[in-house]
Design a protein around this ligand. Structure first.
Ligand SMILES: Cc1cc2nc3c(=O)[nH]c(=O)nc-3n(C[C@H](O)[C@H](O)[C@H](O)COP(=O)(O)OP(=O)(O)OC[C@H]3O[C@@H](n4cnc5c(N)ncnc54)[C@H](O)[C@@H]3O)c2cc1C
Length: 302
């Protein structure tokens, strides 16, 4: 092992959460390696919203500015590569990468995010993050007053309907065929003038990602400007689970209030740990995790 391979902390994932953790650690003079393969979940979205100082800015621009600021701290190294495996040996973690490199550290932070499992519906992926959206706080304001759909299971569709109802009076829920809605929920939806369709979507019609119509399996069509979609996800990296980190029922990495996973020395932050999916939350949780890891390293050597 050379000096270039040994770090106090390796952060896997160098987007908002990872860079934020790195800044706390860099400002504490910790020797940190960030490994990142540049696939943040919001990469197709033209503008990011709801983060003060960065509202309406392209996501990649926010990340580039963050990276530039983080790399001013000389103890931080950023490597564009994919972490492919992790092992724990003699109190040290070994991370191997796709390009064949090996790096070691005392602590690991996973800021690896999640992968949305887009349904195999023609047009859906093209519109993802543009007019097929995941969150009213991120993109709802831009579609206020417009023809809006919600595509989700009943519980998530109802939850989203309560939020989106404030943004538009033209709202249609598209829920699975055969799913039952309880009578109280159905009554509230009707009272708010929300339409319900229980049909399978065949295609999303769009121009350059801007949705114009939803086509159903029976060829019924409805015009829409925006579609909220609550879709499944998986962890972007399997390495935490392979190192023994537990997941919650929702599929997030299970962490305590100090962002410790159940595996000693391994921490996690950002989307991979939280259903509150936003750049601001990722930045906060990375910042906090970096401080916690620094405190632990400080205590261990004091
Ligand atoms: C379509 C869409 C639009 C959104 N719009 C907004 C918005 O307008 N406003 C807002 O506040 N939030 C928005 N969000 C949410 C926001 O993008 C996320 O909350 C945020 O990106 C989470 O940051 P993160 O660092 O945890 O994960 P990510 O940003 O997803 O980054 C994870 C990083 O880890 C890297 N990585 C993963 N595995 C490995 C590995 N094995 N080796 C190396 N690198 C790895 C990835 O390449 C990536 O760079 C949006 C989300 C989506 C999906």
């Amino acid at each position: 092992m050379t000096e270039n391979q040994q770090f106090e902390v390796i952060i896997i994932g160098g987007s908002y959460a990872g860079l934020s953790a790195a800044m706390s650690l860099g400002r504490s003079m910790r020797k940190v390696l960030i490994l990142d393969n540049n696939l943040p979940c919001n990469r197709q979205t033209p503008y990011s919203h709801n983060f003060i100082t960065q509202d309406g800015i392209p996501p990649a621009k926010i990340a580039a500015q963050a990276k530039e600021q983080v790399l001013r701290y000389p103890t931080i190294t950023f490597v564009s590569d994919t972490a492919i495996s992790g092992t724990k040996t003699n109190g040290s973690f070994l991370i191997a990468t796709r390009s064949g490199k090996e790096y070691y550290s005392a602590k690991l932070i996973f800021a690896t995010g999640i992968k949305d499992q887009l349904p195999d519906i023609p047009g859906f992926a093209d519109c993802w993050g543009i007019s097929v959206i995941h969150c009213p706080y991120c993109h709802g304001y831009e579609f206020k007053g417009q023809r809006t759909g919600i595509f989700a299971d009943v519980a998530k569709a109802f939850h989203l309907a309560t939020l989106v109802n404030n943004l538009t009076s033209d709202l249609t829920l598209i829920i699975p065929e055969g799913a039952s809605i309880d009578t109280v929920q159905a009554e509230k939806l009707t009272r708010n003038g929300i339409k319900i369709l229980q049909k399978e979507i065949k295609a999303v019609v769009h121009v350059n990602g801007q949705l114009s119509e939803i086509v159903f399996i029976d060829d019924h069509r409805i015009p829409l400007d925006a579609l909220y979609a609550a879709i499944p996800f998986i962890q972007s990296s399997k390495i935490p689970e392979n190192l023994g980190c537990a997941l919650t029922e929702s599929g997030h990495l299970d962490i305590d209030e100090f962002h410790r996973t159940n595996t000693d020395g391994i921490f996690a932050c950002g989307d991979n740990t939280s259903p509150m999916r936003s750049v601001a939350n990722a930045v906060y949780s990375g910042n906090f995790t970096g401080a916690i890891v620094n405190k632990l390293l400080s205590d261990e050597s004091f």
